[in-house]
Design a protein around this ligand. Structure first.
Ligand SMILES: C[S@@+](CC[C@H](N)C(=O)[O-])C[C@H]1O[C@@H](n2cnc3c(N)ncnc32)[C@H](O)[C@@H]1O
Length: 366
């Protein structure tokens, strides 16, 4: 699937992989989100972080400076923001022995005082199902868990993602390898793999659609499938750095409104306000077809939504967060403008300040 060549790291007994700009973007988003997720969830609970495809642990652009991979970034996010009164359990799964041994060395080098993660040399699917089987057999419940699912290819089972999402307060950040998927969609040798990936056989209906509509059809279909198992599903498009083409979609699955909202803000924050990584191109996202919000469009949308019934702020955000390009803060700003224009009225429930709009505040069209 991939030809990652090991690059030696001067003075160290481990190797690195070549860093690509889109991989750095993926890492920036992950780090941004985990720094917030650890604060929110770690306040009340011990938390688990599963790095399901751990990798070798370290990357380099130039062979001179080195950047840690996802397991180390996650641990650093915990050290920076996690509530030390609670516990973080890290589980790093990696199929290849050489990569796992390398990852262990990088981890020990970067984080010598941090509790060693559970390093598991195994297939992700087998390993996660075995862990969930054990939990099911005991009378324990899994602590809130974040699963980073970052494979090279598309050997990923919908049934396993569904099982993870059935666990209360669990979230998945998944790398859907769109370019590989679209290339293999008409390859009869991988029919079973596709059935497992999409969790059904209906993907065949889109396998032969015209190239212009193909991307929307595939990502739209996969998202619809994921919406069956998670309340909020947001795909973010990631392009090759040097080509005007999608390489993969990073897809966030959560049952928590704030989680969806925060992840979306992290993507925007990491990509200069755009909800996708476009490499060196200037075109726009194909899932969200706008790269930045248009106040007038959002005003109309909000007025339509509030007619004829009042809604709370959270109900409005729930309706819009994973189906439109708007961020929570943009929705709030435009509602404030509508208030100032005398079009919308707010009844305070959550907010203390007159000018604020928060969670259970009720918005009514005047
Ligand atoms: C894209 S890399 C992961 C990179 C890592 N998440 C990061 O950002 O630093 C994918 C890794 O998954 C490993 N892998 C491949 N198939 C696997 C499987 N079935 N289960 C677990 N790991 C697997 C590969 O050896 C590779 O190291």
């Amino acid at each position: 699937m991939t030809n990652k060549k090991p690059i030696s790291v001067p003075g160290k007994n481990y190797y690195a992989w070549r860093y690509k700009e889109h991989t750095k973007t993926k890492h920036d988003i992950l780090q941004c989100y985990l720094e917030k997720w650890f604060v929110i969830l770690g306040k009340y609970y011990p938390v688990n972080y599963f790095d399901c495809f751990g990798g070798c642990g370290i990357y380099t652009f130039d062979g001179v400076t080195f950047n840690p991979g996802s397991p180390i970034l996650a641990a650093q996010a915990w050290l920076k923001r996690g509530n030390k009164a609670n516990d973080l359990r890290m589980i790093c799964i990696e199929k290849k022995k050489a990569n796992l041994e390398n990852l262990k060395k990088v981890f020990a080098d970067y984080l010598p005082t941090m509790r060693t993660p559970y390093f598991i040399q195994d297939d992700f699917d087998h390993s996660v199902n075995a862990i969930l089987d054990d939990i099911d057999k005991s009378d324990k419940v899994l602590a809130p868990s974040f699963f980073f699912v970052d494979p090279f290819g598309f050997t990923l089972k919908y049934s396993t993602i569904k099982r993870i999402m059935n666990v209360e307060k669990s979230e998945v950040f998944l790398n859907f390898m769109y370019d590989s998927v679209q290339r293999h969609l008409t390859n009869p040798n991988v029919n079973n793999c596709m059935d497992e990936l999409f969790g059904c056989k209906q993907w065949k209906d889109i396998a032969n659609c015209s190239s212009l509509k193909k991307e929307q059809a595939i990502i739209g279909f996969y998202r619809d499938q994921l919406k069956e198992i998670a309340n909020f599903v947001i795909p973010f498009r990631v392009c090759y750095t040097d080509r005007n083409r999608t390489i993969y979609y990073l897809i966030h699955l959560t049952n928590n409104l704030k989680g969806a909202s925060i992840m979306k803000s992290c993507v925007a924050e990491t990509n200069n306000g755009v909800l996708s990584y476009l490499g060196k191109q200037k075109d726009q996202s194909t899932f969200f077809d706008k790269s930045s919000y248009k106040e007038e469009d959002l005003k109309i949308l909000l007025m339509e939504l509030l007619f004829p019934n009042s809604m709370t702020f959270n109900e409005i955000v729930t309706q819009l967060i994973d189906s439109t390009p708007y961020l929570e803060k943009e929705i709030r700003t435009v509602l404030k403008h509508l208030r100032n224009e005398g079009i919308v009225n707010k009844t305070s429930v959550s907010s203390k300040q007159e000018s604020a709009i928060k969670d259970d505040d009720i918005l009514t069209l005047i």
